[in-house]
Design a protein. Structure first.
Length: 332
């Protein structure tokens, strides 16, 4: 259950009520909001007079539910925003991994030249093999921060585990929680304590409910700036790397009030499929599109097969504009 207390409720009183209900207590637009387990269906008589409104739910998708807030939330990322009534699709581009200053600077210059605002690049890579490139770590984060400073870009980078989450929160404008990391409650709880935007990627074996529940960890801890990212599920198919769950995206659009980003690069796993898949994504009217691009994909230290070269990335952006327009959106 979600409870809004009356506007004049003091902090102390709200705290006491939260304790009585064994509830999470956050403040949203100046209102005291309490969140209990979904099994709570009734307001106890002794607090009835303190309650302004309340909502009951069938399960623990609560703060993220459209039943609670039917409008899509808007999340600010520096001087741009994603979601809300923007009707725009934010193109997030950059390499899988930050590999050198020269490489990430070339990506930053590419984006600036195209009028784009948000640069991605992993520094702590959640690789399947311990022998593969693991990312530049803190040195990479400092390079991203340098790009932000020099080019005025927003940067997004992923947390692999909770050990370096404070570094990521410090250096990044958007904290990416990867598909393998989205069950790490150390990361989720740390993300709840900051106000920086958090982009949670869906695990490749994660149900939609579990996906949104990961978001609830962040929302119920007091950070309302959560973005969801669908990046493909593991199925029986081996011809493509993963299977992009567009049905799941339609479900999220219907039931969940968080902005949605799609990542066709990781889903497809091969550069040849990324443009067509991207056009399908944008045709759904989505809030963001995450695309990996590299100055020379052949020599990329991670996810080489799926990264677009810069010419392909520029051509993709142009091709997406009319698709976005056809559904009342614009590419930004
Ligand atoms: C990435 O964005 O480079 C990445 C590792 O993504 P995912 O967590 O979706 O595998
Ligand atoms: Mn990658």
């Amino acid at each position: 259950m979600i409870v809004h207390l009356k506007a004049n409720t003091s902090q102390e009183k709200a705290g006491q009520i939260a304790e009585k209900l064994n509830a999470f207590h956050i403040k949203s637009s100046g209102i005291h909001v309490l969140i209990t387990e979904a099994s709570t269906k009734e307001i106890p008589g002794e607090i009835e007079n303190d309650v302004d409104k309340f909502w009951v739910f069938d399960n623990d998708i609560q703060l993220a539910s459209k039943k609670y807030c039917s409008d899509k939330r808007e999340v600010k990322i520096g001087n741009v925003s994603i979601g809300g009534n923007n009707n725009s699709t934010l193109l997030i581009g950059g390499p899988c991994s930050v590999e050198s200053e020269e490489q990430i600077r070339s990506s930053a210059e590419l984006l600036v030249g195209m009028g784009l605002s948000t640069l991605r690049g992993g520094c702590y890579k959640p690789r399947t093999s311990p022998y593969s490139f693991q990312g530049m770590g803190l040195e990479g984060l400092k390079l991203l921060a340098k790009m932000r400073e020099e080019y005025g870009l927003n940067v997004i980078t992923e947390a692999r585990d909770a050990t370096h989450i404070d570094e990521i929160i410090h250096y990044s404008d958007v904290i990416q929680v990867g598909a393998k990391a989205m069950y790490d409650q150390g990361i989720l709880r740390a993300c709840a304590k900051t106000q920086k935007p958090v982009l949670i990627k869906r695990g490749f074996g994660t149900t939609l409910k579990e996906f949104v529940q990961a978001a609830e960890f962040v929302l119920s801890g007091g950070n309302e700036n959560v973005i969801l990212c669908e990046r493909g599920l593991r199925t029986f198919e081996t011809g493509t790397r993963f299977t992009l769950d567009l049905c799941g995206v339609a479900w999220l659009q219907e039931h969940v009030n968080l902005p949605i980003v799609l990542d066709p690069s990781h889903a497809m796993g091969y550069a040849y499929g990324v443009p067509v898949l991207s056009r399908a994504c944008v045709a759904m009217g989505i809030d963001g599109l995450l695309i990996e691009t590299h100055p020379n994909p052949k020599v990329a230290k991670s996810d080489a097969a799926q990264q677009l070269n810069y010419d392909e990335f520029k051509a993709l952006f142009e091709s997406l504009k009319p698709v976005a327009k056809s559904v009342g959106y614009k590419m930004v």
